[in-house]
Design a protein around this ligand. Sequence first.
Ligand code: THU
Length: 129
Amino acid sequence: MATTNLIDKLVENSQFAYVPYSHFPVSALLVTKSGEIYTGVNIENASFGLTNCAERTAIFKAVSEGVLDFTEILIYGETEQPISPCGACRQVMAEFFNPDLKVTLVAKDKSTVETTVGELLPYSFTDLK
Ligand code: THU
């Protein structure tokens, strides 16, 4: 799927964010090596610490279906400047993505910043061996 179509789908998916506390919807869209798409939104909880970010929702949806090979992830927030993933999501991304996996951060006006997992979390902790 072309990047503009991925961005349109990413932005549209933002409507499903469950954000009664922050009112700050975030959407993520993960593309698999076979061309499938997994979307995610942030899902908040009255016990705030239980909130699941959009990125982790998308990743966990894919992994829970046995899908482990990805080509890129796009992340959207309704902000002037593109939002950047939180530390917890960067660590989860480092677990499942190669350091060179493309990460596209998308702002409210659909402008983008491109980065990689390795740039977001250099020298990461990846395994116990
Ligand atoms: N949030 C995400 O979903 N992804 C991020 O990368 C940053 C923060 C969510 C968590 C919470 O629901 C809201 O944004 C405000 O922090």
